[in-house]
Design a protein around this ligand. Sequence first.
Ligand SMILES: *Cc1c(COP(=O)(O)O)cnc(C)c1O
Length: 393
Amino acid sequence: MSLAHGRPYLAIPGPSVIPDRVLRAMHRAAPNIYTGELHDVTRSLLPDLKRVARTEGEVALYISNGHGVWEAALANVTSPGDVVLVLATGRFAHGWSAIAANLGLEVELLEFGQERDVDPERVEEALRVDKEGRIKAVLSVFVDTSTSVKSDVGAVRQAIDVAGHSALLMCDCIASLACDRFEMDDWGVDVTVTGCQKGLMTPPGMGFVFFNEKADAARETAQNVTHYWDWRPRTGGEEYYQYFDGTAPTHHIYGLREALDMIFEEGLEQVWQRHERLAEAVWAAGEAWAVEGPMHLNVKDKSARSCAVTSVGIGAENGDRLREFMEFEMGVTLGIGLGREPASGWFRIGHMGHVNAHMVLGLLGCIETGLSALQIPHGSGALDAASSALVGH
Ligand SMILES: *Cc1c(COP(=O)(O)O)cnc(C)c1O
């Protein structure tokens, strides 16, 4: 006997829950790829993606996951031997660094640990030292999904400006687009990369690179640009085929169209607010559990917590035990500990995209049940705290 039978809930930080509306939009016969509706729908995605990223710049579409657009973004603005300054608050920054190194770039790593956000003063210092202007770009991960640390990307831009440096500001917004408030143009981000499978609620398979004129000027001299990753033909060339450099991801296009409709029907501001309120419930529960026993939220400083994902330490082995209990007894999949030692002492909760109050409360109730069943010591009152946070007091 298992209590897990029923609708499963994938509560991991991506891929996220796919709304029924998105599934239905994708459930259709193979469409005509030469002409007609598919072309119109694809074109309609461009302005709406820019609206979500809050940019007037360009967006290039790729058949790719996040790793692909990491490479795409770097390829368009760098040449072998260029230096990139990587701001690391978790494992995803290291992933992006590895791709940079493979492209022949020299990686300068600023490490901020796994529990704290980027300190803009250290960024400013690192740029001031670079008198020859060798640093081509600053790579920042807005929310590092492994740690759930969120950094102030606007403050990174200010640090670059105060240092009087010309480096591009590139931002990985894969975890948190349409979850945490993100303002590409206002914050002075030159290149943003994201994927469709997190806040955008679509199955993995499409990636996006947003870029402004300054970044496109760097594209002129970039030697790392390759045929497939070149962003220029993808921003609305004459030929429909250029959007994808080959066959379009037909069903993803319909799915993403529906997901964007859902976001704008709710309102982007309201989407951000919903994420914030749901995240506050998760944090309230986490803080209550932390009063006794080994559990603790990874990020202490509330302003450095993401509204899309929460990383929780729970003591060696307990993370694995809890995840297993949740999977097989409760029908909820929790995220694994990523980049932590030991990984079995951590789990992550995805609260991104198509998630509402009853899902989060159900999830927290299941965790509470697991803690008791597995006799993992924990503070009491987590669900009371979460309900109070949900109604705003
Ligand atoms: C998910 C994620 C990635 C990787 O995306 P993939 O689609 O798995 O390649 C990169 N960066 C961040 C911040 C992410 O959350």
